[in-house]
Design a protein. Structure first.
Length: 152
């Protein structure tokens, strides 16, 4: 856990109670969410800002609480550019030393998923999402993404 302090940041201890969700990502990959990168597809809708990412409604939080594990997502961009995020859900995810699953997707597939022209489950079954590790955890996350997308 990182705690802000003047003039910089320092590492803190993990609190006794586990958080519901934990994200690990490089600063460069986080900033790409809000800046154009010619080697990656647009990762968020144009009108999305930081507060949209940080303020999640209770219905979506309830869906997240159904997942327990740690998973890594990677987008293979053009010219060997790779975007990644490591996400831990629930108690098992917080305690895991490394992700139980890694999902890799190419730029084109990512763009089709974002536009809604390709359904996540269809991409998984067609092999356009490469999965390493716990496929049951990946299916759980894919079903969650599909249900959230359908409710929008």
């Amino acid at each position: 856990m990182v705690k802000p302090r003047e003039p910089g940041l320092r590492r803190g201890t993990i609190p006794d109670c586990d958080p519901d969700l934990w994200l690990r990502q490089s600063v460069a990959d986080f900033l790409v969410l809000f800046r154009d990168d010619p080697d990656l597809p647009a990762l968020l809708p144009p009108d999305t800002d930081v507060m949209d990412l940080l303020c999640v409604d209770e219905g979506k939080v309830a869906l997240l609480l159904q997942i327990d594990g740690r998973i890594s997502f990677e987008i293979q961009g053009r010219r060997r550019r790779r975007w990644a995020i490591d996400v831990a859900f629930g108690r098992s995810g917080m305690r895991a030393g490394r992700p139980r699953s890694t999902v890799r997707v190419d730029s084109r597939t990512c763009e089709e998923l974002s536009r809604g022209t390709l359904v996540p489950l269809q991409a998984l079954l067609a092999g356009r999402l490469q999965v390493e590790g716990d496929r049951a955890l990946v299916m759980q996350v894919v079903m969650l993404v599909g249900s959230v997308r359908n409710s929008l």
